[in-house]
Each structure stands twice: as C-alpha cells, then as structure tokens.
Design a protein around this ligand. Structure first.
Ligand code: AHM
Ligand code: MG
Length: 339
C-alpha cells in the first residue's frame, strides 16, 4: 500500500539536499514530530478530564493529574533535550532559559516553543496547537547559552512550524524553502505530506480579530476594520469575519484560505501600547511561515521578523496574512499616523 511521503522521509530528503548537514537539525525536527504524536494522544483525551481526574487531582491509578499544557511542556523539554542538539530551550510556560540536564550533550541549536497555544479553549473542544521556532546558537559552544542566543531576530530562524490538534492533527513547517503541511494518518500513526508548498492566496476575504477590543485599537486599525465592513467600499467580494481565539487555528485557516489575522496593540494607555501575543514563541514562527508562503507579517509599523528582541517573553502587536491584505492594512495605519 502506498501511504505517500512520510514526514520522516521529507526531513531526510531535505537533509540530503544539504550535503554538509550533520544530521543534528534532522534529529531536532524528528524529536518535535514524536512530541507532536505524544501531545496529540493526550489532547484527544481532553474531554475525559472529569473521568480520568482533573489537574491537581489524583487519578484512578493514584497518579497526580497534570494539566495538558504542563504535559506538553514536559514532553517537548524531554524530547528536545535528549537529542543532545540543543544548548537551551525557551518555553512560553517558563520564565527563564531552560537548562539542559547534565546527562545530555549540549548542541548548537536552541528552540523557542509554546507547548499548547490556545489552551483556555481545551475544555470546549476547540482546536489548539503547539508552536516552535529553531535558531542556531551565536555564542561559542564552550560557553553556557544565554540571552544573546535566545534573543535573536526572527530573520535568523532556521526553521519554524506548528502542530494543530484539530479535526485532524496536522504539522506544518518550513526550513526556509517553502511551507509544507503533513496530516496524521491515525491508522498508521504517521504524518503524511498532504499540503506541499503551501502558498497563501495573495488576497483573501476573511478577517480575524477580537473586535471586542475595537475601542482600544489605534485609529488606523479602526479605520481599516470599518473599511472591511463598509458595503459601499467597492470590495470585489465582501469580507467575512472568522475568529476562533486560538492563534494556530485562526492562522492555519487563513494560511489555506487567504485573509488577515489581527491582534493589534491595546492603546488603553496610549503611552504604553500593549501587544498580547509573544514575539519569540508566537509571532516570529508564524511570520517566518507566512513569509515563506508569500504573505506578510507586521506590527503595523515594523516587519515582525526584523524586530530585535529585548526580553524572552516580549509581546508584540501581530498583523499577519495575505500580502495584499496586510499591505492595505499598513496603508491605513500610515494614513492615520500622517493625519
Ligand atoms: P495563550 O498563549 O495564553 O493561549 O494566549 C494566546 C491566545 C492565542 O491563541 C489567541 O490568538 C489569543 O490568545 C486570543 O486572545 P483573546 O482571547 O484576547 O482574543
Ligand atoms: Mg500561546
């Protein structure tokens, strides 16, 4: 039976195209694939939390039950550390750089990850995801990895991707030569190439934003959203609003169908505009992927991938999607700022 191209073969083929490659990077990606399968297995049982025991409770086997985001965090830490290819890890769940346990070798890569994004949606059976972003270390290998390694601009990512635990489980990744999507075939437990070379449509008709925050947005963003909804604006096709509130799910839908996702700054205090999404483990990986797919990602004033990070858990406004839609958004912001 021909089951198609498995993700393992795809990663190995990629390695063969780089004759100098040591295989280190391949081992890292493979660890992420195994982590995805383990997390998927637990996510699929999320609705049974009451039956199996809730976080903080003791389950029928007498074991302490962990929350799914804690489980996902532990799984990623364990699998990535044991490759011997990472010098540090940075998780959305932990405040500081994660030290690699002594028993493992230190390698030349570091990974930022959000183990379970959108986890507030778990109990409602809404799609959630894992996001990852890989960099090469910049400090000498004999030194302990530090903030200099962790705080690199998104342009330096060597790979990024996400896993979406949805109506099926998909893994989407890019190593800088296109974006490829793999769907889990549960009958064989493998991710199979289902979406090669994903390109986001140049223009979409979907916009995704939490409009409850409208009055806290900057003028340019408000003008843009008003224009999207204006029946007299001369849109070739009217826009439609779709917002799940789970970044991976909103992003994935817009990547495939075209459109724009907006989480603009909250201007409640105009002197301290605040983004919600994290630069290193959410905005950068998604921006790497969207640019590889032919789209754009911006804060409104700055390309996301060019931001020089200053903090591990820095938050940024994120406007991301089809190139023409993001360009029009930027024009609205520039016009409002010039008034
Ligand atoms: P989380 O990392 O705490 O789950 O928060 C991130 C999530 C994203 O998945 C989503 O895009 C956003 O928060 C939704 O925020 P809001 O509920 O304010 O619309
Ligand atoms: Mg998150």
């Amino acid at each position: 039976m021909d089951i198609g191209i498995t993700i393992f073969n795809h990663i190995l083929l990629n390695q063969k195209l780089n004759p100098g490659a040591s295989g280190a990077f391949t081992r890292l990606l493979m660890a992420i694939v195994v982590a995805a399968k383990l997390v998927q297995r637990d996510v699929a049982k999320a609705g049974l939390a009451d039956v199996l025991g809730r976080a903080g409770n003791i389950n029928v086997q007498g074991e302490e039950v962990q929350k799914l985001d804690e489980i996902a965090n532990q799984v990623l830490k364990r699998l990535l550390s044991s490759t011997g290819e990472v010098c540090t890890l940075i998780s959305e769940e932990e405040a500081d750089l994660i030290e690699i346990p002594r028993q493992y070798n230190r390698g030349n890569y570091l990974v930022h990850f959000d183990p379970l994004d959108g986890s507030s949606n778990i109990d409602a059976n809404v799609s959630i995801g894992t996001i990852f972003s890989i960099y090469r270390r910049v400090t000498p290998p004999e030194m302990d990895a530090g903030l200099k390694d962790a705080l690199q601009p998104g342009l330096r990512q060597v790979a990024a991707g996400y896993i979406i635990y949805g109506s099926s489980c998909m893994l989407v990744y890019s190593t800088g030569s296109g974006v490829h999507g793999f769907t889990m075939d549960p009958s064989v437990g493998e991710f199979i190439l289902s979406h090669p070379n994903i390109q986001v449509p140049k223009k979409g008709k979907i916009y995704s934003a939490n409009e409850a925050n409208y009055c806290y947005w900057d003028q340019g963003t408000r003008d843009y959203i008003d224009w999207l909804k204006d029946p007299h604006a001369g849109h070739v096709k009217p826009y439609t609003s779709r917002y799940i509130g789970s970044l991976v799910a909103d992003f994935h839908r817009n990547l495939l169908y075209g459109g724009i996702f907006l989480y603009p700054a909250d201007m409640r205090d105009p002197l301290k505009p605040k983004g919600k999404l994290r630069l290193m483990c959410e905005a950068n990986p998604m921006s790497f992927i969207i640019e590889q797919a032919g789209g754009l990602a911006t804060t409104g004033g700055e390309r996301i991938l060019e931001i020089q990070p200053t903090e591990l858990h820095q938050r940024v406004p994120l406007i991301i999607g089809s190139a023409e839609d993001v360009q029009i958004y930027q024009d609205f912001v520039a016009k409002a700022n010039a008034r």
